[in-house]
Design a protein around this ligand. Structure first.
Ligand SMILES: Nc1ncnc2c1ncn2[C@@H]1O[C@H](COP(=O)(O)OP(=O)(O)O)[C@@H](O)[C@H]1O
Ligand SMILES: [Mg+2]
Length: 407
């Protein structure tokens, strides 16, 4: 009685000829994939399997699907999952409003259909013989999964944050993922003409079923290496100087170790980079990072932890600068006592008091300003004030000079 849509499982267009091509096509559209990810995408293409990406928020899962669509010129269809979502929002539903409108307009015609019926059961029977009219493709409201299967062009289907959906919806997905087909009882089974690239993402808020995982190529996506994160920031042309970007990546990576409620993802790192660039950061500046901490820390507890990290990192940087300035090779050289602010770190294992340049080290720790400005090598207006000399000192000096002069 109902029409059945024939299976249209045609050829599967290949878009990638190698893993290297995946990397370069994705990079052309601004997505920097590491080798394991590029390999998995290549396999997805070659094997025609869905790809399941699991990992923390902000590591580029959703972005991969968008980039894949942009890189291959495919349309992106997206199913955003949420709690309580039912299959009518994922697969299809019957357009009830349209059905009602048609029945209103066609009231007279429908009346003719039941005109000959003597009682209610035979009237229902008469209407029933025509219900395929109302459950036809005309009244079918496609949702992303059915739309992907029925698309005449190859598409990328993003099933985003599938861990938010109920397990019942996962079961609905199984048929699609295994066969790339969707059954509509009133119409038959629709099968994809072109195998879509299906990308499922999960933020790991719950375990997904083994059946779902079995049908997919699975990849855990983690935070990128420092090098790749820096490359990503560079690639977005934020205008942030290299030294600031490098420092920012170090800080962000450290923040991720702090057990924050929401550790910063690549997106937060990028937002921070853009923020610092707008504020004109020209060198690593803890104060500026502190002022803009809300870009990466969105909860009070996280802000506290982030502040602590910034403080610690600033102290470490200060002491490493001192370490550099306190290069032991330079101590005791002919530069004499260090000038103001030129503090030197102690040399490990050497007691400064026993060391030849111990005096210089002690002087370096001295309170600035204890001596007159001239002591620190600064220019003074007049001649240096004369220091009182005892008479015996004067004699010794005279004797020494006198003796040299006689020779
Ligand atoms: N590999 C990457 N190359 C370029 N940009 C990336 C990459 N990974 C993440 N991003 C950036 O980080 C942002 C957040 O990524 P997103 O895909 O939304 O994270 P997720 O879906 O894992 O939570 C993206 O909008 C994109 O700008
Ligand atoms: Mg996402």
């Amino acid at each position: 009685m109902f029409s059945r849509v024939s299976s249209r499982n045609g050829h599967r267009p290949h878009s990638f000829s190698s893993v290297g091509e995946v990397t370069s096509l994705l990079s052309d559209v601004g997505y920097l994939a590491d080798r394991p990810l590029a390999t998995t995408v290549y396999l997805q293409d070659q094997l025609g399997k869905p790809l399941l990406l699991e990992g923390p928020a902000g590591v580029g899962k959703t972005e991969l699907a968008k980039a894949l669509a942009a890189a291959t010129g495919r349309r992106l269809l997206r199913l955003q999952c949420y709690e309580g979502q039912d299959e009518t929002k994922a697969l299809y539903e019957w357009d009830y409003g349209k059905q009602m409108l048609y029945t209103q307009i066609l009231r007279e015609k429908i009346g003719q259909v039941v005109a000959d019926a003597d009682d209610l059961p035979s009237a229902v029977e008469a209407i029933g013989r025509h219900d395929n009219v109302f459950f036809s493709e005309r009244f079918l409201a496609e949702r992303p999964l059915l739309r992907a299967v029925r698309s005449p062009e190859p598409v990328v289907l993003l099933i985003d944050e599938v861990d938010r959906a109920d397990e019942a919806l996962e079961a609905v997905l199984l048929e699609l993922l295994a066969e790339y087909q969707v059954s509509v009882p009133e119409l038959g089974t629709f099968t994809a003409e072109h195998v879509p690239y299906v990308v499922l993402t999960s933020n790991n808020t719950r375990d997904l079923s083994a059946a779902l995982k079995r049908r997919c190529l699975h990849l855990s996506l983690d935070y990128p290496s420092a090098e790749r994160e820096l490359d990503i920031i560079r690639s977005k042309s934020t205008g942030l100087p290299e030294a600031v970007a490098t420092h920012l990546v170090d800080v962000v990576r450290e923040l991720r170790q702090q057990g924050m409620r929401k550790p910063p993802g690549i997106s937060e790192a990028l937002d921070w980079a853009r923020t610092l660039a707008v504020l004109g950061a020209s060198e690593p500046d803890t104060e500026l990072l502190t002022d803009t901490i809300s870009v990466v820390a969105k909860y009070d507890r996280d802000v506290e932890r982030a502040m602590r990290v910034l403080r610690d990192s600033s102290e470490r940087r200060d002491s490493s600068e001192l370490q550099e300035q306190g290069d032991p090779g330079r101590i005791g050289n002919d530069r004499g006592a260090p000038g103001e602010g030129e503090r030197r770190a102690p040399v490990p294992g050497v007691d400064p008091d026993d060391e030849p340049a111990g005096a210089a080290l002690r002087a370096a720790r001295d309170t600035p300003g204890r001596h007159g400005a001239g002591y620190y090598g600064e220019s003074t207006d007049g001649p240096a004030p004369r220091r009182p000399v005892s008479s015996s000192q004067g004699e010794r000096s005279f004797a020494a000079n006198h003796g040299r002069g006689k020779r």
